[in-house]
Design a protein around this ligand. Structure first.
Ligand SMILES: Cc1ncc(COP(=O)(O)O)c(C=O)c1O
Length: 430
């Protein structure tokens, strides 16, 4: 089982057998409130009728269409819509089947772009400590979560990492983007660029809000500074929005929330509301043009792709998901609910062991002090207690992450935070 304590799970399994709107149904017939949108992906809630119907209809009409040298209209319709939704001149789309593949694809496009411009020596990638960019070798190389790297090494030849941006001494219990920390971006210019030389660096990849390592909210001005430095030295800036895409931080993309246009955006998860695996890389026009125009007419321009890129079931699910987001104005709803969610989450400040609470849009992280010698134990026990109380939360180390579907009601926010508060209280001073 992926990222799971296999032996512990198999000794005491937790099985879901159904889902509807804000709830899962367990094998023993209990309703569980989904505080995590599955794995950050079910942004419109579960089993939404329009999305279910679209997938069913597509499965009966055309089950598969070859991805290479053939196309189908739905893939182009979705690309058109994504291009319209993306910020700035990001207006081309390359499909993958997951976030990990989207990240590896973006890294490859960065190399292809520089090579097409006669700068093939640009092959250094810059990630960030505590970054998560999926489980592929590209993603773990630029990623910065030690456990995900230690057994596998780094197969990308030249990678460096910015320092992470979360500082409990300076910015604990910030509401929204912390005021402290913009200067951390300067490390790109003062250490990394001098060390490798700008002429060798292909791209910088960051999650605008780091999710998997425990909800690290970008300091005010930090992403803006990264953008400026990348522009000065000709480095591409990639935002990995696999988690933050589709309304999680308020607007469609976190790029919109902070007003920064990156050169590429990786997406997955929410694009199909979690129903059918799908990912994509959204690319600025200049990158597309450089790569495509570098090959002789009639020849394949980018030797990359997947059998299931733009799978008809995935694109049908994406069209219906985008319809649902639009019809129900879910991004607006996310922005409107954010202050209430923030207030509710920060009410947990006085609970035992809580050393930080962070939030942006409809995402929050609650950090617990680790038990000496037993990291992760407190948060995982809280997770089990919440599950018993009928609420699904997620933990990473000793950080609890909440990212409910954007359809959550205020009463359900109270229920989620209430159950979490009870669980933390029961954990007591232990
Ligand atoms: C920022 C980010 N990038 C990439 C991924 C990998 O996506 P997937 O699990 O679909 O491969 C994730 C997954 O959580 C993610 O959060």
């Amino acid at each position: 089982m992926p990222f799971t304590a296999n032996r512990a799970f198999k000794a005491a399994p937790r099985m879901f057998v159904g889902a509807k709107d804000m709830h899962y149904l367990t094998e023993d017939g209990r309703q569980v409130l989904d505080g995590t949108s599955g794995l950050w992906c079910v942004n419109a809630g579960h089993c939404r009728p329009k999305i279910v119907a679209a997938i069913q209809k597509q499965a009966a009409a055309m089950d598969y269409s070859p991805a290479f040298q053939m196309g189908h209209p739905s893939a182009f319709r979705v690309a058109e819509r994504l291009a319209n939704m993306a910020p700035g001149d990001i207006d081309h789309v390359f499909y993958t089947n997951s976030g990990s593949e989207a990240v590896d694809t973006a890294l490859k496009i960065a190399l292809a772009y520089h090579r097409a411009r006669g700068e093939g020596h640009r092959n250094v990638f810059v990630g960030r400590e505590r970054g998560y960019h999926g489980a592929g070798f590209g993603g773990i190389s630029v990623g910065g979560i030690p456990a995900n790297r230690k057994a596998f090494g780094s197969l990308l030849p030249r990678v460096d990492h910015l320092q992470q941006t979360c500082n409990l001494r300076e910015a604990a219990f910030s509401r929204g983007q912390p005021a402290w920390g913009a200067h951390l971006a300067d490390e790109l210019e003062t250490r990394i660029i001098p060390l490798h030389d700008a002429s060798n660096i292909a791209a910088v990849i960051v999650e605008p809000l780091a999710g998997s390592a425990g909800v690290l909210v970008p300091p005010k001005g930090y992403l803006e500074r990264l953008r400026k430095i990348c522009d000065t030295y000709g480095l591409l800036l990639i935002f990995d929005e696999v988690i933050t895409g589709f309304g999680r931080t308020g607007p469609c993309f976190a790029a919109d929330a902070v007003g920064v246009v990156p050169d590429m955006i990786t997406i997955a998860k929410g694009i199909t509301n979690g129903t059918v695996p799908m990912g994509a890389v959204l690319v600025r026009r200049g990158i597309y043009d450089a790569v495509v125009n570098s090959a002789p007419p009639g020849m394949v321009e980018l030797f990359h792709g997947y059998t299931y890129s733009g799978h008809p079931l995935a694109t049908a699910a994406a069209e219906a998901s985008l319809d649902t987001f639009e019809e129900e104005e879910l991004f607006k709803r996310s922005q409107e609910l954010a202050p209430y969610f923030e207030q509710a989450i920060h009410s947990l400040r006085e609970m035992p062991h809580v050393i930080d609470i962070r939030n942006m849009g409809l995402v929050a992280g609650i950090e617990l002090e680790s038990k000496p010698g037993k990291p992760s134990e407190r948060a995982f026990r809280t997770f089990l207690k919440c599950y018993d109380k009928g609420v699904l939360i997620r933990t990473t180390g000793d950080i609890i992450a909440l990212s409910p579907p954007l359809i959550i009601s205020k009463a359900q926010i109270d229920e989620l935070v209430g159950a979490l508060g009870d669980a933390l209280r029961e954990l007591g001073r232990d």
